[in-house]
Design a protein around this ligand. Structure first.
Ligand code: 0PR
Length: 367
């Protein structure tokens, strides 16, 4: 660290030089994050110094967190759901598995999850000493429910299903998995980190939420399709009491106990997430999601015309292609099966899609 501080001008110059090295969102087709909505930025700035780690000091911010959980619980079919704001899908998934493990005391606990599960579950299982039982996917890249049922035994503490897979945007057969979970008394965690703010706003979307009796908990990330600021995730549980299983004593805080994984937690992304949901309302969210799905279909149709078919028709706005090379300047990602993957987030608007397709066709700039 330098001995004498330097001017604000110098600092801002140092920062902007680095910022220019970042890829602009207009070229990022691989991310599940997006540009935050302007109302999210305003809300974030207002709450930038708040700490939900000591909620008694920030009662108003804590109220916003409760409002956010209530809005999302209602959206997901259970207005009385419990939950809290996490740093994202990883923390929510870890906490869900902690709850499930504590609910069922097993000496050799295992978790049944699809091959498509996000790598955060690998971290969670490693931390918690849980055996991973991977369920193969069917031809449409959804978890095979029969195979899942076969893998469940007396030591299964949790079954995981995905609503909007990271790589292919698919939704597992959660109705069927919910029936199996209820029948066999297994905790069912739905990872809707991505799809949780897509599916409720789509027509004819498959059911995935608390309206299915067997669903015990849900991860949902406002910093993905909620256009909130980073880091913004939420864990929701059907029965609020199960959160208390994670309680530890916090003697010198304004509250005596806490169940969150993080200690210090910014209230800024919480305010931002709530601001976007209330500002857009269901109507605005529907329009945003409809636009993303329309762009996804346009991209798939365009790529097919150029001879790059999609391996699946996605349930959400994640498009994948049998295509080996991306045109220069674009940031796409690749699935484990080697497909090109493009997430049609709100910043990937129609003009971005058309510019990308133009470059794929070889008629773009630089050709
Ligand atoms: N569950 C699902 C279904 C996810 O897709 C993700 C992340 C997580 C959980 C974990 O969420 P957090 O990263 O918030 O903890 N999915 C994206 C992915 O791995 C995250 C991402 C975002 C990656 C932007 C790259 C990127 O540029 O693809």
């Amino acid at each position: 660290m330098r001995e004498k501080g330097c001017s604000e001008e110098e600092i801002l110059s140092l920062l902007s030089i680095r910022k220019e090295k970042d890829t602009p969102y207009s070229r990022i087709l691989s991310s599940m994050c997006t540009l935050p909505h302007p109302i999210a930025v305003k809300a974030h700035q207002m709450f930038i110094s708040t700490n939900l780690g000591d909620p008694g000091l920030f009662c108003g911010t804590a109220e916003l967190e409760r409002m956010l959980i209530e809005r999302l619980g209602t959206l997901l079919g259970e207005p009385g759901a419990g939950g809290y704001a996490t740093s994202g899908g990883t923390e929510s998934n870890i906490q869900a598995l902690r709850i499930a493990s504590k609910l069922k005391n097993s000496k050799r606990p295992n978790v049944v999850m699809p091959d498509s599960a996000h790598f955060s579950f690998e971290k969670a299982c490693d931390m918690l000493g849980l055996e991973v039982r991977s369920v193969p996917l069917d031809r449409e890249l959804r978890m095979d429910a029969d195979r899942a049922a076969d893998l469940i035994d007396d030591d299964t503490v949790c079954m995981v299903a995905i609503a909007g897979t990271t790589e292919y945007g698919m939704v597992d057969p959660i109705g069927e998995l919910s029936r199996i979970a209820a029948e066999r008394d297994i905790f069912l965690h739905v990872d809707a980190a991505f799809g949780g703010l897509v599916l409720p706003f789509l027509e004819n979307a498959p059911k995935f939420d608390f309206s299915l009796a067997g669903v015990s908990s849900i991860s949902l990330d406002p910093h993905k399709m909620g256009m909130s600021t980073i880091p913004s995730g939420c864990l929701l549980v059907r029965e609020p009491e199960v959160l208390e299983l994670l309680n530890i004593q916090t003697p010198y805080l304004t509250v005596r106990q806490g169940y969150t994984l993080s200690g210090t937690r910014s209230g800024a992304p919480v305010a931002a997430a709530l601001a976007v949901l209330d500002h857009l309302g269901c109507e605005g969210m529907r329009a945003m999601v409809r636009g993303c799905m329309k762009n996804t279909r346009r991209l798939i149709e365009g790529m097919e015309t150029f001879g790059f078919p999609s391996p699946v028709q996605p349930d959400t706005n994640v498009a994948t292609f049998q295509c080996k090379n991306a045109p220069t300047g674009w940031k796409v990602s690749w699935t484990r099966q080697g497909h090109m993957r493009i997430v049609c987030m709100p910043h990937v608007d129609r003009s971005v899609i058309e510019a990308f397709l133009k470059d794929v066709s070889g008629k773009g700039p630089g050709e």
